[in-house]
Design a protein around this ligand. Structure first.
Ligand code: PBG
Length: 324
């Protein structure tokens, strides 16, 4: 045999020398759920180890995470049902929970990168990402609400705004709205290829944000498609996105690869709630070695072409020293 690939695997020194992909704490974005009140830390039943924090405890969680080497955080609010309405007006009301959280994190930790989620669902009495009329999701009318929300986030100090709604034209619309209000420096991380997925189940438990009727298939993508992701990416790149995101992560590694081959923008992968819960549940049952399974998952995103990875495992990975 002339060629023996095993020679490059024969020792740890050689294996490390020829390793193609690497994972660093700077690649990780930690999504955190927030809730109104004081001194609250409620575990999400379907996501063991993940909590909804009141702002005081959010600040502690961010501080601990920063001390471990994390710098980027994506915040998601759990909103009381009584504050929801069909137009998600709570989402941009001055002084709301989310805006206070952004302001306080940026005030205490100016060097942290705060990423905010733009979509109507946590605030919508219909539980949809857009305005619902007679069972239909209105696209252009929704853009107006999203723009108000994004501007409020920018004013509160958001570093990166991440629209997760999948309305057409939103990146260009938000870019224009932010620029014309003096927020040219605020970045847009587009949920470019967001699929209508079963893997968001635990997230919707965490925020109590599931649709009251119907599903999200008229705006989120069909899991069977990848060419459509290219169309979405072309639009986002053209409209001024700074990052392209693929979501969920694990079942869509080919989509990450396709976008990373065609576009020079950084690609983010969202290792979503259901993916987290699968590994957690199997590990808790002793069916998987959690450290090995988590690290294999995360390096898989890097190999596929993702620069940044949004993952609920972020803090635990650093706490337990799994990167070393
Ligand atoms: C809502 C949104 C969702 C997630 C992030 N933003 C859920 C949905 O679209 O229903 C899911 C994240 C996760 O499952 O971890 N716009």
């Amino acid at each position: 045999m002339l060629i023996r690939p095993r020679r490059n695997r024969k020792s740890a020194a050689i294996r490390d020398m020829v390793q193609e992909s690497h994972l660093n704490s700077s690649n990780l974005i930690y999504p955190i759920f927030i809730i109104d009140g004081e001194n609250k830390k409620e575990e999400v039943v379907s996501m063991p180890g993940i909590y909804r924090f009141s702002i005081d405890n959010l600040l502690k969680e961010v501080e601990e995470s920063m001390n471990l080497g994390l710098r980027s955080f994506d915040l998601f609010p759990s909103i009381d049902e009584s504050l929801k309405d069909p137009l998600a007006t709570e989402s941009y009301r001055e002084g709301n929970l989310y805006l206070k959280a952004i302001q306080q994190v940026k005030k205490e930790f100016p060097e942290a990168c705060v990423i905010t989620d733009v979509a109507m669902d946590p605030y919508s009495s219909d539980g949809h990402d857009g305005i619902v009329q007679d069972g239909e999701i209105l696209n252009d009318e929704t853009l107006v609400v999203l723009a108000k929300m994004a501007l409020a986030h920018a004013q509160a100090g958001a570093d990166i705004i991440a629209p997760s709604d999948m309305m057409d034209g939103r990146i260009g619309y938000l870019r224009e709205h932010l620029d014309s209000h003096g927020f040219k420096h605020v970045s847009l991380m587009s949920y470019t290829a967001k699929y209508a997925s079963a893997f968001y189940g635990p997230f919707r438990d965490a925020l109590n944000s599931a649709p009251k009727a119907g599903d999200k298939k008229t705006y989120q993508m069909n899991p069977a498609n990848v060419k459509e992701a290219i169309i979405e990416a072309e639009l986002d790149a053209y409209e001024g996105a700074d990052f392209l995101m693929v979501k969920p992560g694990l079942p869509y590694l080919d989509v990450i690869r396709a976008l990373s081959e065609r576009f020079d923008l950084p690609i983010a992968a969202y290792n979503v709630s259901g993916e987290y819960s699968m590994l957690k549940a199997a590990s808790q049952n002793g069916w998987l070695n959690e450290e090995l399974a988590v690290m294999e998952t995360l390096i898989g995103f890097r190999r596929a072409g993702a620069t940044a990875i949004l993952t609920y495992h972020a803090k635990e990975v650093l706490e337990k020293g799994w990167l070393k």
